[in-house]
Design a protein around this ligand. Structure first.
Ligand code: GAP
Length: 439
């Protein structure tokens, strides 16, 4: 990946132009800061989820997956503190009536109309989305869309303790949608009202919790650098000040990314102490503890929680991989220097011309490679334009079949980053790419 500072407009324009994300319900004028992912964005999100799951769940013998419901008994959110505490400070501009998060206002200036110091007093705005369960819309039937996936893990702690046949420390991990009625969503897919989280609650003995907090901070940072190949220079770890901490947190460190507008939260790694299990024990009237075998004492485990948004990672990866390059012939090209594991298309197969002789060779190659790799076939436009398009969507390898291929049964492999080319026998292609991508 590169060190260039991309602009916000570069990314939104590329995303719409190439099919990464579109404004949701676009033909009706959209709905504020809500996005539908196109075929490339969908594939990239899948790849991000898979890499996270592999790293956090599959490669460990003490982390277990869960798929909890989005709509739960509302008592969950009363006990967790979200009904009373999950708020942002809201102010209205007296000039233009725009509504903003008070903590997002800089120098007392309205972000909409630019007028200074003309705001209402701050009031707390609850971010929970409400709905009704069943046909009667009254207070007895209110339910909430989950604002974090985490509570699904806390309320299932005892179920897991009884079924996984393991003592703590262990983790429960989940990937799924969360919903927050954000006052000011925006900055493309950075902050939206509907988003997808990847969270893991790691339950441990209180005396081990600080050590595990440090452990997960390091593990998560290493993942971004080694697996997602985000340059170290674009990442930093920042401990929260006491007045920034969420209502459930004893200590939180954010992994921050240098977004086009500056440093911003990518992932939070919180020490939630025993806040949630204690709250649910009180709320439900059930005992929620673990047993220390040595002294036969029950105790409430502490929790370390790495939590991140899939959409936010996708945005960070787009920022980190976007590059523009001047070519020797005076032209320029845009490219996404995506890692092979994230690239939506890994290999593009491009016959030099649409002539009948080349099509079967190219299509046979596609069929052969498709079993193992994400492959696209493209025969439209000139070869130069097709290379540019593949560069823009981050395809690391193009395979070009030309008329010599009919005689030598070989093709040209072109590399996205260096634009260098290599001639490879068709029969060796599958092994060649397996070696290149280490799969
Ligand atoms: N369970 C803890 C929790 O939800 P958070 O810091 O509020 O903590 C965790 O959220 C992560 O979820 C954030 O670091 C961010 O990556 C993502 N996230 C939170 N709100 C978001 C939003 N409105 N849009 C997109 N992603 C969001």
């Amino acid at each position: 990946m590169n060190d260039k500072q991309v602009t916000f407009d570069d990314l939104v324009s590329l995303s719409k132009r190439r099919g990464i994300a579109f404004p949701s319900s676009d033909i009706y004028g959209g709905i504020q800061s809500t996005w539908d992912y196109g075929y490339l964005g969908t594939e990239m999100k899948r790849n991000i989820r898979e890499l996270w799951w592999k790293n956090v769940v599959q490669k460990r013998d003490n982390v277990f997956g869960i798929e909890a419901a989005i709509i739960t008994n509302p008592s969950v959110w009363e006990a967790s503190g979200h009904v009373s505490n999950f708020t942002d400070p809201l102010v209205d501009c007296l000039e233009c009536n725009g509504r903003f998060r008070a903590d997002h206002i800089i120098d007392d200036e309205c972000p909409e109309c630019g007028v200074k110091t003309k705001f209402t007093d701050e009031r707390n705005f609850n971010l929970l989305f409400k709905t009704y369960v069943g046909p009667v819309e009254d207070d007895a039937n209110i339910a909430y869309l989950r604002p974090e996936t985490a509570q699904g893990m806390f309320v299932n702690f005892t179920n897991y303790q009884n079924t996984i046949r393991r003592k703590i420390p262990f983790g429960i991990a989940q990937i799924g949608k969360s919903f927050r009625n954000e006052i000011t969503p925006g900055q493309f897919i950075f902050r939206t009202r509907e988003f997808e989280q990847m969270e893991m609650e790691f339950f441990c003995a209180p005396e081990e919790s600080k050590e595990f907090h440090e452990y997960w901070k390091k593990e998560r940072m290493d993942w971004y650098i080694n697996e997602l190949q985000i340059p170290k220079s674009k990442l930093r770890l920042r401990d929260h000040e006491k007045d920034e901490l969420a209502h459930y947190s004893d200590a939180t460190a954010d992994i921050e990314f240098n977004f086009p507008w500056g440093w911003g939260e990518l992932e939070g790694i919180a020490h939630r102490g025993d806040f949630d299990l204690s709250a649910h024990a009180t709320g439900s009237g059930k005992k929620i503890t673990a047993l220390n075998i040595e002294d036969n004492e029950h105790f409430i485990p502490h929790v370390i929680e790495p939590a991140v948004g899939v959409d936010r990672i996708l945005f960070a990866i787009l920022c980190a991989s976007y590059d523009e390059e001047q070519l020797e012939n005076g032209e320029s090209r845009i490219l996404l220097r995506l890692p092979e594991s994230i690239a939506p298309i890994q290999i593009a197969v491009l016959p030099l011309s649409k002539k009948d002789e080349l099509t079967p060779i190219a299509k046979n190659i596609v069929e052969d490679l498709r079993e193992k790799f994400r492959v696209e076939y493209d025969e439209t436009q000139s070869i130069g334009k097709r290379y540019r398009r593949q560069d823009e969507i981050g395809t690391p390898y193009c395979v070009t079949c030309d008329f010599d291929s009919l005689d030598d049964q070989a093709v040209t492999v072109r590399f996205r980053d260096s634009m260098e080319q290599e001639r490879i026998k068709i029969s060796e292609l599958r092994n060649y790419f397996s070696m290149k991508m280490n799969v």
